[in-house]
Every structure is written in C-alpha cells, then in structure tokens.
Ligand binder design. Structure first.
Ligand SMILES: Cc1cc2nc3c(=O)[nH]c(=O)nc-3n(C[C@H](O)[C@H](O)[C@H](O)COP(=O)(O)OP(=O)(O)OC[C@H]3O[C@@H](n4cnc5c(N)ncnc54)[C@H](O)[C@@H]3O)c2cc1C
Length: 681
C-alpha cells in the first residue's frame, strides 16, 4: 500500500502521523511511505531520518494526497485537506466529527473511508488511541491552569500549592476518565485542594482507595457541581462521551457566579466542550474572558508538547496502521471490531439486482467485494402478512448483492481507462460550472448528472412522498447471514441489508416523515437502537450499535421525454425514485447499457458516414425500447412507496393479504422477483 504522511496544517500543530521507526517497519513489509518534506523537522524528526528509514520525501501535501492510498495524520483534516481526499482513499486520524457538521459533510462528499482514532476501542471498552493524548492533555491541563492563575497571565494571582499559612488553589475536576485521572495526579503532586466528579461510582471508589482523604470525590449532580464550581480557583473540564458531543455540565449561569480571575481549562473542547461558555482557541491565542473568568480552550493541547505526543500517539496507532496496510481496509475492518468502531465516515452499500451484476460482468466492472442476498423477508410492523423469497425458489445464484457505490465508480473508471488506452476517440472532459463554462463539439450529449430528489434543478412529473430516508450501519447480534429484511412501518419502509463488514454489520435504510427522521438522526445511539428495536421486533436479533447516520429526502421525479434531438437523459437525470424497492441504480444501469448498444450501432461505422439523423434515429429507438421497463419500474416503485405507507384500514388489510398471497402463490412471487431482478428488456 502507498501510505502518505502530510505535514499538519492546523495552527501550532507539530505532531506527525508516523515516526521514522514506524516508516521503517512499514517499508520492511513492502509498503511505500510518502512523507511530506519538513513534516517532523520542528520536533527533531528530520527529513534525513525519514529518508534513512525508507520514506520517499515529497515536496507538497497535494502530491502526498494525490499519490497515497491511505493518509495517516494527527488532527482532523482542514477544508483544503478534505478537498484533496478521494473516494478510493482511507483517512486514519483524529476526526472529532460530533461538533463539526461542516467537516462531516466535506468528508462525506470526498467519498473517502475515514477512521477516527478517538472511537477505536480496546477489549475493556477503553479508547486506546485517545488515551495517550488524554494522558498528555490531562497532565498539561494543570500546568496550563497553574500558569494562567498567575496575575501576569490574567489570573487571580494564586499559587497552586499555596505556602505554609496560605491555602492552596481549589481545583474542581469534572470527569474521572483518563484526562481527569492524569489531571488529578498532577494536581495532587502540586499540592492543590482537589475535588473530582464522576457518575461512575467504581471510579470514584478507586480514587478514594488510592488518594484517601487527600481528594474529595462527588457523584456528578448539577447542584453539587454548581456549589463546588462557584468556589473554585480552577475548573478542569474532562468529560468525554465516545464519538458524541461533550455534555455541557457548567452553564453560563454557573460561570457568572465564579470568582473573577478564576481559570477554566476545557480539555473536552475537541468534542464541543463541557462549559456552555467554551469556544475553541489556539496555542497562539489560548485564552478569552467570559464574565471575568479566564477560559483556556486550546483544541490541540498535546500539540504543544509535540515530540512527546507524537511518540505516545504512534505507539498506539501503529499496530492499526500496519493492519490496514497489510490487510486492506475492508478485511482489517471486518476482522477487528475494535478498529471498525473507529469507522466514522463511509459511503454505505447499495443493493443491486442479480440482473445488474450480469450486466456489469459483461464489461468486467463488477467489484470484487460484495455481500450477497440469498433471502428477503418482507413483513408489516404490528400487522399480519409476511413473505419470504429465497434464491433457491428462483433458481438464482443470489437475489441481489450489496456493493459500495464507490466500488462501482472505481471499477467503471478502470474499465474506462482500459478503453482509453485502446481508443483514439475517447477523451476526458471536465464540465465547468456556470462561472467557468466549457464548450465542446459533440455529436450526442448524454445527461447522466443524476442527483437526489429536491436537489435537482429540474422538476417535471412526480410526487413528494413527505419522507426522508435515514441510512447507517447497524450491528446486530446473531444476524442471519445473507438475509435482507424489508419491514413496512406506519411511517415508511424499513430495510436492513447485508454489508461487507461481516455477518453482524448490516446496512440500514429507515424511511419516515422528515420530522421523525430528523429526530432519529439526533437521538443518542442508545435511544436510537431502542426505537429501532421497537419498530423491528425481535425476529432479526438484538441491535447493538449504530454508525454513520445520514438523511436523504425522498420523492419521485421523472422526465416524460428522455430524448430531444441529439440529447438523451439516463439514470437519475431521467428518473429519481423512492428507494423502497432498491431500483434506482438498477434502472439507470439498464438505461446506460441499452443506450450504449444503440449508439454503438451508429458510431461503429466510419465517422464521415454518420449523419445527425442517424444519431437522432438511434436515440428515438432507445427511448422507445426503454418505455416498458421505465414505466413498469417507476409505476411499481411509486405504488409500493404509497401503498406500503398508507394506514387506512382497508389498505392495511389488503397489504397483509397481498403479502400472504405472495408467500402462497409462487408464480406471483416469481414474476415480481424477476421484474425486480431483471426489469423489462
Ligand atoms: C437512501 C437511498 C437509497 C438507495 N438505495 C438504492 C438501492 O439499494 N439500489 C438502487 O439501485 N438504487 C438505490 N438508490 C438510488 C440510487 O442511488 C440512484 O438511482 C443512483 O445513484 C443514480 O445514479 P446516477 O449515476 O444516475 O446519478 P448519481 O449517482 O447522482 O451520479 C451522478 C454523477 O454526476 C456528477 N455530476 C453532476 N453534475 C455534474 C456536472 N455538471 N458535470 C459533471 N458531472 C456532474 C455527480 O457528481 C455524480 O457523480 C437509493 C437512493 C437513496 C436516496
């Protein structure tokens, strides 16, 4: 694998993703490591030391991002870095996405597979890649507090340890995790008067056993926090919820009651902070005042001790880098659920019919990694009527396949490249936007610019279903392998489909009203899983975990005419469907294949023999041939989207009867399945 290590670009960030020792280990295993020149110079890791270790030194970050298959960094990527990421790349770094929707969107747009250090887990539920930086930040928080308590740094003018006859500083530590315990260790060493809060009594017991009366321990309760914070000289915010935003334990009202000149150090600022008054600052300008309370909210505290931090971090990250490089991302994620817990941004799977697989096979564009569907279980939530379709009944290798969308992009791109090598007629063209238009001569224009419902700048015929789809990856205990589930709920269809990440990790598509989908998006993981379980029942198994939730608005938008002169519209540019039957891309692929067949007939002759009339004729013939498949698939999808969400009693009963009929009338089941799998050609 080609692994890239760019220089960090965040303010005062001198840490590096890999040390020369790590580079040497990777190179010995046959990998190529590209290190941006100067990446480690500031902390004594010279270009020469990387070169001796086997790295290739690269002049610019752009080149590192361009050439590498995996980028290993330290801090979350900045806007200019997100823009350089590609869909076939892995990004392994801290992400801290919870408080940063902008970065989340930029990463999703890039299509890269992003694994966050901070949510990778260990056997005991600990966060092994966060722990080393938490140790550093926890220890530094007391150093920072001690110096900012000094008058010259804007503080109250209090010496942390006091002196004989004068009380030491009073420190409140919120949170008893790795940061809190390390802060506590330093604060005890400096002789401060300390109390520490947590909701985990066992942790408080351990502190009590270890420090005895030296430290006061408190169960985290709002009133007690307010009481202690108001009397404190220093408050350390050290509360972290894995992968989520930090809870705001200290309100603005509490800050108003604190002593002027007292200091708060918000170590949880990377996760949004646990003071209502916090906002991220930098080492260059680390503090600000709110109601005369000095706030130190540096987002990358360990960056200040970058050399110590680099070695502490890479000691923990290196085994995972090695696993990703040696096994490839999918294999590494599927066999190590702790690493998989770090998966934060990833384009999910899409269901393709067996018919689409056969089409893509003909041009060698079927991705090697896919998850097969052998059975589909269809049911209604809380009502009678269910059906099971199996591959055996239909005498097919599989009913469908789940692939990653980006994998088809990649295989198609490879196929195009191989054609380009052989063909003199093929040329890549970058279409400019309105502010940067491009003109070209073409005999035929194929509109394949797709898009999603409500984002398209054309609306012709269709329907707004008033629904959104929430998609994500869900972990299920004892999930039946190769099985897809489609369940019709009162708000919309709910599908759970296999994925590449092993039998327990499934793709979820949950359709509902825009309001409830938005609420579900914002629920905590626990509440989300509880409501999903309620909707699904116990047949599927116990839902254990949800990752990478995203929303899409749903509707039907289709063109009545798909050709005009020498222009043709295919895929979502011609019709955008509800995903209820997973037909959109299947239909688009059939569009593309038939169009290619028709055009080949025209373009295979000598160029001088082609007339605009021939092309127009081929397009008209194409439109004619697509009529039945388009009408049937659009009609069937629209029918299912509406009928399966109606709560009218007669419709509910008819739906139950239809599902039962499907179960007991094999010819009906076979006809429907064949339409879904192969369309009408
Ligand atoms: C939640 C959800 C689940 C779905 N599940 C399934 C499923 O399981 N199975 C299935 O078959 N379908 C499914 N679909 C539908 C499927 O995603 C779409 O039908 C399919 O992606 C359409 O492909 P397309 O190539 O036509 O359009 P797109 O996927 O939108 O691709 C269009 C491409 O054109 C590019 N582009 C746009 N404008 C320009 C321009 N001006 N110049 C150059 N390039 C441009 C875009 O960047 C993009 O790469 C689902 C849809 C949703 C919303």
């Amino acid at each position: 694998m080609i692994i890239g290590v760019p220089q960090e670009v965040k303010n005062n960030e001198f840490r590096v993703g890999l040390t020369p020792g790590n580079v040497s280990g990777l190179c010995k295993q046959g990998h190529t490591v590209l290190v941006q020149r100067g990446a480690g110079e500031q902390i004594g890791l010279t270009d020469e030391s990387y070169r001796i270790a086997g790295a290739s030194l690269i002049d610019s970050a752009a080149e590192v991002f361009h050439k590498a298959e995996m980028i290993v960094k330290v801090k979350e990527p900045q806007a200019q870095e997100c823009a350089m990421l590609r869909e076939d790349q892995i990004l392994f770094t801290y992400l801290h996405l919870a408080p940063d929707p902008k970065q989340t969107k930029a990463l999703l747009d890039s299509g890269a597979t992003c694994i966050a250090y901070e949510t990778v887990t260990a056997v005991n539920g600990a966060l092994p890649l966060l722990a080393p930086m938490s140790e550093v930040a926890g220890r530094m928080s007391i150093q920072a507090a001690a110096s900012h308590l000094e008058k010259t740094h804007g503080g109250l003018g209090v010496l942390m340890a006091g002196v004989p006859g004068v009380s030491p500083a009073k420190i409140v530590i919120l949170g008893c995790g790795v940061v809190g315990r390390n802060a506590l260790q330093m604060a005890v060493g400096m002789g401060a008067d300390i109390c520490i809060f947590d909701r985990d009594i066992d942790r408080l017991r351990q502190i009590d056993m270890h420090y005895g009366n030296r430290v006061r321990t408190f169960y985290s309760d709002n009133l007690l926090i307010e009481q202690e914070v108001c009397e404190a000289d220093v408050v350390i915010g050290a509360v972290l919820l894995p992968g989520g935003a930090a809870p705001k334990l200290v309100t603005h009202e509490m800050v108003k009651k604190m002593k002027p000149g007292s200091v708060v150090v918000d170590v949880a600022i990377d996760q949004g902070g646990c003071f209502e008054t916090s906002r991220p600052t930098t080492h260059a300008d680390p503090t600000f005042l709110v109601d005369d309370v000095l706030h130190y909210c540096v987002a990358n505290m360990p960056g200040a001790v970058a050399r110590t931090s680099t070695f502490a971090l890479t000691n923990a990250t290196y085994p995972f880098v090695e696993a990703l490089a040696n096994r490839g991302v999918m294999k590494a994620l599927s066999i190590d659920h702790h690493l998989r817990n770090g998966l934060s941004v990833h384009r999910g799977g899409i269901a393709l019919s067996h018919g689409s697989k056969l089409l893509l096979d003909t041009i060698h564009a079927w991705p090697t990694e896919c998850a097969d569907i052998h059975r589909v279980h269809v049911s209604q939530a809380g009502r009678f009527g269910r059906a099971l379709m199996t591959r055996e009944e239909l005498n097919q290798e599989a009913l469908g396949h789940i692939i990653r969308y980006r994998d088809i992009h990649m295989t198609l791109r490879q196929t195009l490249r191989s054609i380009q090598d052989k063909s003199t007629h093929f040329k890549w063209l970058h279409i400019g936007k309105e502010d940067n238009p491009v003109s070209t001569n073409a005999k035929c224009i194929v509109h394949a610019e797709g898009g999603l419902f409500k984002t398209q700048d054309w609306v012709e015929s269709g329907r707004d279903y008033g629904q959104s789809a929430l998609v994500g990856l869900v972990e299920v205990e004892n999930a039946a392998p190769y099985q897809a589930w489609e369940r019709f709920t009162s708000e919309g269809p709910l599908a759970v489909l296999p994925s590449h990440y092993g039998p327990h990790i499934l793709n979820l598509v949950w359709c509902g009203s825009p309001e409830s989908s938005q609420q579900r998006l914002q629920l905590s993981d626990t509440d989300f899983l509880e409501s999903l379980q309620k909707e699904f029942g116990s047949r599927i198994g116990r839902f254990l975990k949800i990752q990478d939730r995203r929303l899409y608005e749903l509707g039907l938008n289709y063109r009545k005419e798909i050709t005009k002169d020498n222009e043709v519209w295919i895929g979502n540019a011609a019709q955008t469907l509800h995903p209820v039957a997973g037909q959109g891309l299947n239909l688009g692929l059939r569009d593309a294949f038939l169009l290619a067949e028709k055009l080949v007939g025209v373009f295979s002759g000598a160029a001088e023999n082609q007339t605009p009339g021939d092309i127009q004729h081929a397009l008209e013939s194409y439109a004619q041939s697509r009529k039945v498949d388009r009408t049937t698939t659009i009609g069937l999808t629209d029918f299912m989207a509406r009928v399966f969400t109606s709560n009218l009693a007669p419709v509910v009963i008819a739906r139950g009867l239809a599902l039962s009929a499907l179960q007991w009338l094999p010819p009906v089941k076979t006809a429907l399945a064949r339409q879904m799998m192969f369309g009408r050609r």
